[in-house]
Design a protein around this ligand. Structure first.
Ligand code: 2U9
Length: 358
């Protein structure tokens, strides 16, 4: 076969190679140890100098043309393979994230979001603070002196005393220190809710050593018990998504409020299920009252000028009531089956327009 025919033939084979394997087979057949081009190059050694002068450039030209075509085809085949992969592995970035399918929002987090949404609409900000507190913010500023029986009632987790210090840190027993810190640093009017973890050395079917509370605080001029009642009624209606709600305020005692009231919500039992609304039965849902003048004064404000109301409520209990769970301990067992059953979708964001209970 003459050089030109062989060249045309090899270039056609290279152009027709549809895969890297087919191209490699053409390369070996031409440029390999026993390849057709290699065989022709080997003949140069046995030629006369004159013949070699004529055939040498022709054969080198053939070798270079074939090598060039092989490498160009290789690059083209690699680009084709990459494009095919990119097309088959295309990601649709508009699809929902996979995490939303496997993970879920804990009922406590969902209820916290619902509370923030409801109270934001009433002009309340969400305040947070440390879970490790000192005696002053957790007790003394709240009118609970060292000798007060409420200290024993709170079953406090204390940290060991630091050497050389008379201060003993503790795990906050309620979120009230958050309100104390807010009153000490912000000028009224104050409207906040303080949701978060709280700790008491207590454990049975209705108590866990760590639990969640939400407390609310309003401080301004001319605040009365009527403001408290309206706020709580508006909250309970929005939270349980029931318009027919009756609240019953019972006189009570808390060191940080005066007067203090415990609040029951009217409910009924229908087919073994608790329904909020009506007045056939009563369920205690929160404690509240007018902030004690001594608490207002301990934060540097004049109780003759400023008044306020406060309330406190267990979030875990609220979640159990609204979503029908009966054992509090399951909340913190991290059992995936429980979380899958009672958890919420990450897209189920509570909004007043869309429904806080979705
Ligand atoms: C400041 C002043 C007053 C917060 C209040 C209650 C009543 C209350 C309990 C409900 C169930 C705690 O989770 S629970 O065990 N709380 O009854 N909490 S008034 O009063 C405050 C807080 C902060 C500065």
């Amino acid at each position: 076969m003459d050089i030109d025919t062989l060249k045309t033939d090899l270039l056609d084979q290279i152009a027709a190679a549809a895969s890297p394997e087919a191209l490699e087979a053409v390369r070996v057949a031409a440029m390999g140890k026993s390849g057709s081009v290699t065989a022709l190059l080997k003949t140069l050694g046995g030629m006369s100098p004159d013949d070699r002068q004529v055939r040498g450039p022709l054969l080198n030209g053939l070798r270079e043309a074939v090598a060039g075509a092989l490498s160009a085809r290789k690059i083209a085949l690699e680009a084709e393979a990459l494009n095919a992969r990119l097309a088959s592995e295309r990601l649709d970035m508009t699809l929902p994230v996979a995490a939303a399918v496997t993970g879920s929002i804990h009922p406590v987090s969902q209820v916290m979001d619902e509370l923030a949404e409801i109270f934001a609409d009433l002009g309340f900000a969400v305040a947070t603070g440390p879970e490790i507190e000192d005696d002053c913010h957790n007790f003394s500023a709240l009118n609970i002196p060292e000798t007060h029986p409420a200290r024993a009632m709170h079953d406090t987790f204390y940290f060991p005393q630091e050497p050389g210090s008379d201060k003993r840190m503790l795990l906050r027993t309620h979120t009230s220190p958050v309100q104390i810190r807010t009153m000490m640093t912000q000028a009224p009017p104050i409207r906040i809710i303080a949701p978060g973890r709280t700790y008491r050395s207590d454990s049975d079917a209705t108590h866990t050593p760590m639990f969640h509370q939400v407390e609310g605080l309003v401080i301004d001029k001319g605040i009365t018990l009527a403001n408290l009642k309206w706020t709580l009624e508006t909250f309970v209606k929005a939270f349980f998504e029931v318009d027919d709600v009756t609240l019953r305020l019972r006189p009570s005692y808390f060191p940080f409020t005066e007067p203090s009231v415990e609040v029951d919500v009217g409910c009924s039992w229908e087919g073994g299920r608790l329904k909020i609304g009506g007045t056939s039965s009563w369920l205690e849902i929160l404690g509240s009252g007018m902030v004690h003048p001594r608490v207002i004064a301990s934060c540097g404000l004049d109780p003759e000028v400023y008044q306020g109301f406060a309330f406190g409520c267990g979030i875990d209990r609220l979640a159990m009531l609204k979503y029908g769970m009966n054992d509090l301990r399951a909340f913190f067992d991290a059992d995936l089956r429980w979380l899958k059953h009672h958890g919420f979708s990450a897209f189920d964001v509570p909004t007043l327009s869309g429904g806080v209970g979705a």
